[in-house]
Design a protein around this ligand. Structure first.
Ligand code: ACO
Length: 319
């Protein structure tokens, strides 16, 4: 039986940091409001010259180095992103070109903030069925480029960054179970409705979110998918060592942890320093906890995310 296992993790954050105090000079908000409602204290912002693919490449190079693998071993690249460099080709193809590994399969996955769990589940499926052996799975975003900096309800929430894992074929079980879900009936509560028509952008090109509606939906969907994923894998809540959730709102994360009976010490939280980096937030958090030694080989880790669509999902793995 072939399994897939995480061989290495990596991440990259742009140098420029924007604090809540700096934001309060641009829109009517305050550090107090942002921290108490979301937990966010600062976020990283990509330079004008830095594209999503640049962030992705930096994270991928670190993940490959940490896996002890040469880039020539990669036979598939999957990039989860909502903010691709361009309409097409996919950001994964651009990443492939920048890494200098022509030939391997490359494609993007678009499931907004759930993108990384969608991409990891897809990579797992390819490895288990023998279609790939070594997959670079990357979550990369420059989401602050589609934020309306005059809208205090959204501009305080997001940040840029990238995280990556190298998922490889193994005789040992790594990914234990994955579960994905979507409900397009709720697409209007979180979207960026612009489209290109006749060479012009039609519709609002900024991220729109009905915050309270997304909050309510997220709390229920994340508790539900965590429970179903564990049940289908035949594991009890008490067997989870670490929860690595999408980083959107500290109150949502605390609610999921409570539902799982996990103390917050076993939940990886990067939200205060990074904000919501959409598809990048889960691999960024995973890498942080792997690099600082919290997550150890052999431990059971539950990743879960939710995003526009609505889309949501979980991946349960033995690290
Ligand atoms: N500073 C000060 N006041 C603000 C700000 C701000 N930055 N933003 C909103 N307010 C005001 C509102 O105008 C409102 O004022 P009013 O009562 O006078 O109308 C008041 O604060 C309350 O607004 P709410 O939107 O009800 O605030 P809420 O407590 O729901 O917090 C938040 C908003 C943080 C967005 C929350 O709803 C949330 O986190 N939702 C979920 C977001 C999420 O999980 N997204 C995940 C997916 S993201 C993706 O997929 C790309």
């Amino acid at each position: 039986m072939t399994y897939s296992r995480i061989l290495g993790t990596g991440s990259y954050l742009p140098d420029h940091i924007l604090t809540n105090a700096e934001l309060a000079e641009r829109v009517e908000t305050s550090d107090d409001w942002i921290v108490s409602r979301t937990g966010i204290r600062q976020r990283h912002i990509a330079d004008d010259a830095e594209k999503t693919s640049d962030l992705a490449v930096r994270a991928a190079e670190v993940a490959l180095a940490n896996a002890g693998l040469d880039k020539s071993a990669v036979d598939m690249i999957i990039v989860a992103t909502t903010t691709p460099d361009m309409v097409f080709p996919s950001t994964a193809c651009i990443v492939q070109e920048k890494l200098g590994i022509p030939g391997c399969a490359a494609f993007d996955v678009q499931a907004v903030c759930a993108g990384f769990v969608y991409a990891l589940a897809t990579a797992n499926g390819h490895i288990k069925t023998g279609l790939a052996k070594t997959v670079l799975v990357i979550g990369a975003e420059t989401l602050t480029r589609i934020v309306d900096w005059e809208d205090r309800r959204t501009c305080v929430l997001f940040g840029d960054g990238a995280g990556a894992v190298v998922l490889g074929a193994s005789d040992e079980a790594g990914v234990l179970h994955a579960k994905l879900a979507a409900d397009g009936r709720h697409q209007h509560i979180l979207n960026t409705p612009a489209q290109i028509v006749g060479g012009k952008i039609e519709g609002i090109p900024y991220l729109h979110m009905d915050g309270p509606a997304v909050f309510k939906f997220a709390v229920k969907a994340l508790a539900d998918i965590a429970e179903k994923t564990l049940a289908e894998a035949g594991l009890d809540k008490s067997e989870v060592d670490w929860l690595v959730p999408h980083q959107a709102n500290l109150r949502i994360i605390e609610s999921t942890a409570k539902h799982l009976g996990l103390p917050m010490e076993r939940v990886v939280v990067t939200l205060p320093e990074q904000g919501n980096t959409s598809a990048a937030s889960i691999p960024l958090a995973l890498d942080a906890a792997v690099q600082d030694g919290r997550i150890q080989r052999g431990q059971t880790v539950l990743l879960e995310g939710i995003g526009g669509g609505m889309t949501w999902g979980a991946v349960l793995l033995r690290f």
